[in-house]
Design a protein around this ligand. Structure first.
Ligand code: FEO
Ligand code: CA
Ligand code: CA
Ligand code: CA
Length: 593
């Protein structure tokens, strides 16, 4: 506790001003060091990265592209080490390959292999907050999960005929995990990861009987050409392959030989991530967002209770907790805007448990596989792109990043939980604020479970932040004086420090600045005081974030640096981290200098 009191939660810093710099900009007195980046070795037999001679085989031994989720799991044997677990969400081929160096087929194969996850042993340095990568030869836990890694499906939908393919007649063993966005670390030391925009990887004609199901997930058959090198991505050959993605994945970094799992009980949608908390009853509760305009917030409550003992037997039990439980979806009701606040009550509507479906006309497997269609039938609240959802370990409230929704007020009517239909935006740093339709800057929603019980069927809620420029009328910072906050736009991922401050990273800044990371107190007199802690390079979004257990460092993933319209390997918009003439996504450690 003594260290926490001097850690990230109490750091004083001068907020970073909005900027367009091609670097990670941190406040004076702090330093940002690159920890690991695309192409760095992960496995013991890693192939040396050569941007002009990339192969899928090599990529499966190296740190993949577009790091997103960042977790640090305590090392089982050494206090000075930890296991870094990172998602590799997607690829941006024009920025990855020098022109003329690879055939179209090679580009596709390398791109596919750059997806997945990495587990990397990291070591604390001499100074507080310093971390470095352990040489893969000296690391026992390093692992690269990729398109050839076998995942086991758990829960009631495992083995369903819709999950069976030519390569897997059991419907229980899936190769690969794709488009893994955010995630969470469980109390038993595993990492959860959300398969998000998996719809884009399938080519060909949608089979007649699948039109409604596929359309609800945006599976149009207009894919990225992956079927040219792997026929399982061809809908004509394997019409069931899309049902094998869109799940929450659980990886056990403490056992490098373990089979990672896909948990059907947590439903299938465009999972942003999943964060687990242990309720007072001992049941584990996972909160989840479905990141699409107008989609929903979900909650899973386990059938069995968490075993806090540190035995092998307890851990084996805890590894089963996400296979059976109850899946629900949220409906939020406003109490009227006369009180000057966007707030109200909410309820969790049951969709299914491990024994049965609660949705008329749909079986248990139907609900878990076509979760969006099931939820549509019970009238949940259509939200503005629900992304990361996480419980604040200090105050027990739930925080939801709602990124934006350009269609709010047009295709989607406003409600008290989604009130903004016109936002002030800025096309560049020195441009004036101009109005745009819809919710362009996003929200942070706060949910209070009844009596603090995460298994309760109802809750109250409050829009803590209506993001944007503080000069814009629609913005709200929990009532904190607007002249004292940083502008913030498009919240995406959230984390907490040991004193309960919220840390929010952003993706898609609509105020002319690069994206960044912000710290916000959520209790006490400074509640709502948004301060910008850092900005990321040009074209990048800020992912992670992760506050280390000793509170001495904050980790972020710099995702898609240089992703700007028209940019290419030869004409990059960013060269961050400035190790080469082209950009490399990477993980950064920020600490006090
Ligand atoms: Fe991959 Fe919803 O961000
Ligand atoms: Ca109200
Ligand atoms: Ca995200
Ligand atoms: Ca994002």
């Amino acid at each position: 506790r003594g260290r926490a009191a001097s850690g990230a939660g109490t750091w004083t810093f001068d907020p970073v001003a909005p900027n367009r710099a091609d670097q990670v900009t941190v406040p004076p007195g702090f330093t940002a060091d690159l920890l690991i980046a695309w192409g760095d070795p992960v496995t013991r037999d890693a192939v040396r990265f050569d941007v002009r001679r990339q192969t899928a085989r090599a990529a499966r031994t190296q740190f993949g592209y577009n790091n997103d989720y960042v977790g640090l799991v305590p090392h089982p044997a050494r206090r000075d080490r930890a296991l870094l677990v990172v998602n590799h969400e997607y690829t941006d081929e024009p920025l990855m390959f020098p022109a003329g160096t690879h055939t179209p087929e090679e580009v596709l194969e390398v791109a596919i292999a750059n997806h997945g996850m990495s587990v990397v042993e990291v070591q604390q340095g001499r100074r507080p907050g310093q971390w470095s990568v352990v040489s893969p030869r000296a690391a026992r836990y390093n692992r690269r999960l990729h398109d050839r890694t076998t995942f086991e499906v758990t829960g009631p939908a495992a083995g369903d005929p819709r999950l069976r393919t030519t390569a897997d007649p059991t419907g229980r063993r899936v190769l690969g995990t794709f488009n893994n966005c955010a995630g969470g670390t469980t109390p038993w030391g595993t990492v959860l990861s959300g398969e998000e925009n998996f719809n884009q990887y399938f080519d060909g004609e949608v089979p007649a009987g699948r039109r409604e199901s596929f359309a609800r997930y945006g599976i149009s058959g207009q894919g990225r050409g992956w079927s040219q090198v792997d026929e399982r991505f061809d809908l004509a050959q394997e019409p069931n392959e899309p049902y094998r993605f869109g799940w929450v994945v659980e990886v056990d970094p403490l056992d490098p030989r373990s089979t990672p799992r896909k948990h059907s009980m947590l439903g299938r949608f465009k999972h942003e991530g999943a964060n687990v908390t242990v309720a007072r009853s001992g049941h584990v509760v996972a909160y989840m967002g479905d990141d699409e305009r107008g989609d929903y917030l979900y909650r899973f409550v386990s059938r069995d209770r968490f075993d806090p003992r540190r035995s092998t037997r307890a851990r084996r039990h805890n590894l089963t907790l996400l296979s059976a439980g109850t899946l629900s979806v949220a409906r939020l009701t406003g109490d009227g805007t006369e009180d000057g606040r966007h707030d109200g009550t909410g309820e969790w509507i049951r969709l299914a448990d491990w024994r049965r479906s609660y949705v008329p006309g749909m079986s248990l497997a139907d609900v878990l596989i076509d979760t969006r269609l099931a939820a549509d039938r019970v009238s949940p609240t259509r939200m503005d792109r629900p992304e990361d959802v996480e419980v604040n370990p200090v105050n027990g409230r739930v925080y939801v990043a709602l990124t934006n929704n350009s269609q709010r007020g047009t295709a989607l009517p406003a409600d008290e939980a989604n009130p903004v239909t016109r936002s002030m935006v800025r096309s560049s740093l020195d441009a004036p604020l101009t109005p745009a339709s819809g919710n362009r800057n996003g929200y942070v929603l706060e949910m209070m479970p009844r009596r603090g019980d995460h298994t309760a069927s109802d809750f109250t809620w409050d829009l803590m932040l209506v993001c944007g420029d503080p000069h814009a009328q629609e913005t709200w910072f929990a009532g904190f004086p607007k002249q004292l906050v940083s502008p913030i736009s498009c919240p995406d991922n959230v984390a907490f420090d040991a004193v309960g401050n919220l840390w929010v990273s952003t993706d898609g800044n609509a105020l002319g600045s690069n994206d960044g990371l912000f710290r916000v107190p959520v209790d006490g007199p400074r509640r709502g005081q948004v301060h910008q802690f850092l900005t990321v390079p040009l074209g990048a979004e800020t992912c992670g974030p992760f506050v280390t257990a000793d509170q001495q460092a904050v980790l972020i993933a710099v995702q898609h640096p240089g992703e700007v319209d028209g940019a290419s390997f030869e004409a990059p918009a960013s060269t961050w981290p400035h190790t080469h003439a082209w950009p490399r996504p990477g993980v950064v450690v920020v600490r006090r200098a």
